[in-house]
Structures are given as C-alpha cells and as structure tokens.
Design a protein around this ligand. Structure first.
Ligand code: FES
Length: 168
C-alpha cells in the first residue's frame, strides 16, 4: 500500500515539476527579446518573428520599449505601425502618470499599471485612472521588416505632425 502511495506521490510530484518547467519556458519565451542590433544609440529590431498578442519588451536608451503585434480582432488605431501588412503597437513602456512599467494582460488586451491602477488599451491609449495621456511613441524608422529606434522616418514624422506622440 505504501509503495503505491509512494508511486502516486512521485507521479504527482513529477507532473507538478513538468508543469513548472512548462510555465517557466513559456515565461522565458515571452521575455526573450526579438532579434535586435544596437549601435550608436540606434536599436534595429526584426519584427518579422513577433507573435500576435505577445508583448515583447526591448530596451532603448535605458527605457523599456513595448512591442505588441496585433491580431486581426484588435481595433485599428492611427498610432499603430504597419509593417509587411502586420500591425504593431510600439511604445515606451513607462506609465504616463509617474513612470511605472505597466504589465500587459493578454487575455484582457490591456496594460495595467500596478502603481495607481492606471489602464491603457492595446493601442496604448489611457482608458482608466490617473495617466494623463497615451503611452509615448519613440522615434522610429521602418526599414524592411525591421524597426530602427532612434531614427525618425516619414511614418514617425507624420505622427509627430498630427500630435499623436510625445517626442523624447
Ligand atoms: S504611475 Fe501608473 S498609474 Fe501612477
């Protein structure tokens, strides 16, 4: 009897360990940055390997940069970047209230800031709480399927002219 219980305990323990490893692997995949090259204050990010509704956080000039490839069901927005027919939110990942880093909730398609409860939709627009404006958009230039952060291309200039972003 005890050997049967031992076996069940070991089997359950093994199952739990496997679940833990799978969860860690999934988390690590989410944290893995996209292929990028950093040089002279510019960061070139290959967006072709981004996955829908999976937030990637890059770093540019000491700031977190959110990159979210949108799925077809996500609403269109005049601040999104279109590359190769795919739509992306690219924004500085600092809450526009007091600068905390909001978390992305993929099931709710929104960002939530733990500091004072601010919320942003999947377009980076504030929807609740104290944030006074949408997430800022860093200067960018589109180069094929890549995004060059730190350079200003015509798409960014247009957003700037239409007051759709905050310059940094
Ligand atoms: S810093 Fe995000 S809500 Fe205050």
């Amino acid at each position: 009897m005890s050997s049967r219980r031992d076996f069940m305990g070991m089997a359950l323990g093994g199952f739990a360990a496997l679940g833990g490893i799978a969860a860690l692997y999934a988390a690590k995949k989410t944290w893995d940055p996209l292929p990028s090259v950093k040089a002279g204050g510019f960061t070139t990010i290959d967006l072709s390997v981004a996955k829908e509704n999976e937030l990637v956080i890059e770093k540019w000039r000491g700031k977190p940069i959110f990159i979210l490839k949108k799925s077809a069901s996500m609403p269109k927005d005049n601040r999104e970047i279109v590359i190769g027919g795919n739509r992306y939110l690219v924004a500085i990942g600092l809450c526009t209230h007091l600068g905390c880093i909001p978390a992305y909730l993929p099931n709710d398609l929104m960002f939530k800031c733990a500091c004072h409860g601010g919320e942003f939709d999947s377009n980076g627009k504030q929807t609740f709480g104290p944030p006074p404006r949408p997430l800022d958009i860093p200067p960018f230039k589109i180069n094929g399927t890549s995004l060059v952060l730190g350079e200003t291309g015509p798409e960014y200039e247009k957003m700037l002219a239409n007051k759709l972003t905050q310059s940094v």
